[in-house]
Design a binder for this molecule. Structure first.
Ligand code: GNR
Ligand code: NI
Length: 168
């Protein structure tokens, strides 16, 4: 297992659009295991392959209290959505920044598991938020894109300052 490096906003590589996965080989299994190690260590409740500079349609999450319910979604698609919910989101690629984001309250998702088998789930609450947040990453989108350009620029400056402080 290996811990991977997480790209940080405004890294242009976070803008890449992920391509579908077709090979459910050892490389994919290792990538998934390394992403779990990286996510649990961060710690975070979700991680998209985009964030570790792999531009393929793969996201993982674990929104459980005990951190014992790992979930894997390959080539995910939202096939139904309903309602709205607002939640204060954070992101491992935008460290230390939190902002309210409005998303669908309930979604139905179709995806493949790590073996390439199809499944569908209905999600609401934090699980629904997290799936939508990670699917945005796969589309090259970051949650601060929902903020006004002025606020986004403030986020960019704050991150730059924090990075300089961390480096010093
Ligand atoms: O760890 C994370 N927490 C979180 C909190 C609120 C809404 C979304 C998230 S996802 C985030 C991990 C991450 O950046 N995934 O892309
Ligand atoms: Ni994120």
């Amino acid at each position: 297992m290996a811990k991977l490096t997480i790209l940080e906003f405004p890294d242009p590589r976070l803008r890449n659009k992920a391509v579908p996965i077709t090979q459910f080989d050892q490389r994919l299994q290792t990538l998934i295991d390394d992403m779990f190690e990286t996510m649990y260590e961060a710690p975070g409740i979700g991680l998209a392959a985009t964030q570790v500079n792999v531009h393929e349609q793969l996201l993982i999450l674990d929104v459980s209290e005990g951190k014992d319910q790992p979930m894997v979604f390959v080539n995910p698609e939202i096939i139904a959505r309903d309602g709205e919910q607002v939640y204060q989101e954070g992101c491992l690629s935008v460290p230390g920044i939190y902002a309210d984001v409005t998303r669908a309250n309930q979604i139905r998702v179709k995806a493949l598991n790590r073996k390439g088998e199809a499944f569908e789930i209905e999600a609401d609450g934090l699980l629904a938020i997290c799936i939508q947040h990670e699917m945005d990453h796969l589309a090259g989108k970051v949650f601060v894109d929902y903020l006004s350009p002025l606020k986004r620029d403030m986020v960019r400056k704050k991150l730059e300052k924090n990075r300089k402080f961390r480096a010093a």
